[in-house]
Design a protein around this ligand. Sequence first.
Ligand code: IPM
Ligand code: MN
Length: 448
Amino acid sequence: MNVQCVPIGRKSSRLPYTPRMKVELPEHHSTLYSSFPASRLGRSALEASLREQQIAALLNVNRWSCASEMCGPELVFGTESRQSRFQTEGFVMDAKIVLLPGDGIGPEIVTQGKRVLESIAARYGHTFSMPEHPIGGNAIDDFGDPLPQPTIDSCKDSDAILLGAVGGPKWDDPAAKTRPEVGLLKIRQELGLFANLRPINTFDELVDASPLRREIVAGTDILFFRELTGGIYFGDSGRRPHESGEEAYNEMVYSTGEVERIVRLAAAAAKDRRGKLTSVDKANVLEVSRLWRQVAERVVREEFPEIEYEVVLVDAMAMHLISRPKDFDVVVTGNMFGDILTDAASMLPGSLGLLPSASLGSDGPGLYEPIHGSAPDIAGRNIANPLATFLASAMLLRHSLNLSEEADAIETAVAAALQSGHRTKDIAAGGTSVSTTEMGDLVLQQLT
Ligand code: IPM
Ligand code: MN
């Protein structure tokens, strides 16, 4: 097997490793994947992402692809001596993780996320530089721009990004020149983060905090793929005169290529999970959805014939998610449907405070965030739940830096903190609760 990895990016002082590299792939590349480390996303997702980038040629493998596969301990990397050095010294990494605390509870939870990442770095010998940059409402206040250029530049130059949340009533004036949310939409677009992964898993200890009955939700394990850089959130929009005053419009557009790439990733993830993919659309009404459905069906039929595939209309899906969530494995859908359905699904495990998400592109850094919002009503009170941010940090380590063991360590620590009975206010069901910082301490204790 002849794989040559040529470092072209930031170098670790400890190892001849860098997350960004050129990889020359031989024509028959299948054995490259034989040592795939366990990951939620899985091996065929990686293959799909590589296929998408036409692996026959020389390519810049993104950190995610590289991360998932080629940088594992069995990596064929350079010369024999390098390999042995690799083995004796272990796998240490210099990485730049940009922190975007944002608004509301964002700064409190990102501070806790940073502590957890620092403790992981110390325990495993990595060096993480973690510069902070403004985004959202605070950036509007200080710079008149929800996404200042230095924030964009630093993110583009990073290995991964950890975001808190943006927005709040202070910036809600509909007549305002700009809005915090514009910062978030723009960073997704600037970094080409077209795939938003939102895992919905239940923690057994918390199932009784769900508004739904235990027998309906226990065991739910869904991975949503929400398309994130297209559709109605990015279509042409505006206002124009109308006989009754004005009218406003937002256009929903999807191209074949946009549907193909997200469906391909979702189908690949399904193949590595329980083998079932559900595509959600509104093809009985929308032309966009009819194209979506045609393209999705073709991608699955041609490239993933072994998976079980179904299409569900979005209104029906809203119902099925609540009545039979355990029937779903991987769900793929467009930007707006995914936005709405994942908020609904987030109630299944009992609290929004537990759910992380990853936004990934075909190249460059991924962006990781808790899916709850900025919760301005509880901001600054040290009561927010930092667990979703910890789980987002775990996804960051796994998907952008290939640090699966470290990611597992965080997930195990979170589960242990919950098992020991500690709860932040949102999941305490009226009982005793711990603060944001105390929950941070508890998880850190598990990590050291
Ligand atoms: C989300 C949020 C954002 C979205 C907003 C803040 C722009 O609701 O990440 O789901 O709608 O995408
Ligand atoms: Mn949303």
